[in-house]
Design a protein around this ligand. Structure first.
Ligand code: GLU
Length: 415
């Protein structure tokens, strides 16, 4: 039995059929099921039968042996895979254990991408996105930067949907990009008729060829297969567990939309344009930052989570409040050199701590207001600011300054 064989594994009442992946270990077999998902089966208790030996050539030398001709008239798009449902569509042949895949692999997985671009492929991780870490953000930012330096006209990052907004924010802070960097994912796996993977992948490639030289998230704009929204990576939020149009730009319409039929892109606001910025990478992050949500009944002892941390973001109530019992502990944290940043758990609007006494006391205690920066984005930004600023004052200044579209400039909450 070898990697690439189609096998049937029976364990107790469950039977799996799929392709054996090279990531199998002595204890576990890993099968790629027909729907694209990987499943682990304990060898000891499984009865395994080879149905079709060598049905898939796995982990072959991808680079350089593609039979897909390079077309000088087409732009080159780099596809970077981190895992999640969308990547399982493309990783079928490679088993996502090889570091690279080629145009042939891409087109076999999503034939609709043919003729849109020349493709380069690269695997940075093969994880469900709940397992994403700041270390992988660094690897991803480096990989994107290298692809840009190597001449990619655009980059598509395939990512699980759960934490896509955090990764997109991280890259928005870490990279200056002269080309589009487009995150895309899939809410429904490839085996389901309602899968969104093909339209999202096609629209992401079209966006990667466009003039929108920003870090974007490209996902279904509606429940239908009619158009995708292009959200700014630093302003987007997954707002539904399962709908195909789960992603929304908070507080406004998305930056742009792309029509799946005509492939026309409608842009709503100003944006960085292709070639406007030189590529630059600042991949350092201080990973030791906490995000704490205040709700009634949570006492100030909850703040001990941040005692040994480099920074804390609070998701406060309304305009940015917490129980007044929290304020002395917050002041102690600030005095000990831990920046404390205030955001709001309201989905829309900005914090403003000059309106009520609690807010004024929080400001006196030294909290930094993050305006309308989304709490998750504020956490990533604080990680970036702590690693890149020279002083606490500079961290403070950075958190109040818009760097990547995460903070809108209006300062009055009712305007
Ligand atoms: N929890 C998975 C993830 O975010 C869901 C699958 C997906 O969204 O691709 O990776």
């Amino acid at each position: 039995m070898n990697a690439g064989d189609r096998v049937r594994a029976r364990r107790a009442d469950t039977t799996y059929e799929g392709v054996l992946l090279p990531s199998s270990s002595e204890e576990h077999l890993v099968l790629k099921l027909d729907g694209g998902y990987n499943v682990g089966v304990e060898r000891e208790h499984a009865e395994v039968e080879v149905l079709d030996p060598g049905v898939y050539e796995i982990g072959g030398e991808s680079e350089g042996d593609s039979e897909v001709a390079f077309d000088d008239d087409l732009p080159t798009v780099s596809l970077i895979s981190t895992g999640g449902t969308i990547a399982s569509t493309v990783d079928y042949r490679t088993g996502a254990v090889t570091a690279q895949f080629d145009a042939e692999d891409v087109l076999r997985a999503v034939p609709d991408l043919a003729g849109l671009a020349n493709y380069r492929g690269r695997v940075v991780a093969n994880i469900l996105s709940e397992n994403m870490t700041p270390e992988i953000w660094r690897d991803l930012a480096r990989a994107v930067f290298e692809e840009i330096e190597a001449g990619a006209d655009g980059v598509v990052v395939m990512h699980g949907t759960d934490t896509m907004q955090f990764s997109a924010s991280a890259l928005a802070f870490m990279l200056d990009t002269p080309v589009p960097v487009v995150f895309t994912g899939s809410q429904r796996s490839a085996d389901r008729p309602s899968s969104d993977n093909v339209m999202n992948a096609v629209c992401a490639v079209e966006a990667a060829k466009s003039d929108l030289a920003e870090v974007l998230v490209c996902m279904h704009a509606t429940e239908s297969d009619d158009r995708c929204a292009l959200h700014r990576g630093s302003r987007v939020r997954k707002n539904h567990t399962s709908r195909r149009d789960a992603f929304e730009t908070v507080g406004r319409k998305p930056l742009a939309e792309i029509d799946y039929g005509s492939r026309e892109i409608t842009v709503r606001r100003e944006h960085a344009t292709r070639g406007e910025r030189d590529p630059a990478l600042s991949p350092d992050l201080e990973a030791d930052v906490e995000l704490l949500k205040y709700t009634p009944g949570t006492g100030p002892e909850a703040l001990s989570i941040a005692e040994d941390s480099a920074g804390l973001v609070i998701e406060g109530t309304g305009l940015g409040h917490v129980h007044t019992d929290w304020i002395p502990r917050i002041e102690e944290l600030v005095e000990s050199g831990t920046p404390v940043v205030m955001t709001s758990q309201c989905i829309e609007g900005r914090v403003c701590d000059r309106v009520y006494d609690t807010g004024r006391d929080l400001l006196e205690a030294g909290t930094i207001e993050a305006g309308d920066t989304l709490p998750g984005t504020a956490k990533v930004k604080l990680m970036w600011a702590l690693a890149n600023a020279e002083s606490v004052a500079e961290v403070d200044e950075t958190m109040r300054t818009d760097l990547a579209g995460e903070l809108t400039e209006r300062s009055v909450p009712w305007s």
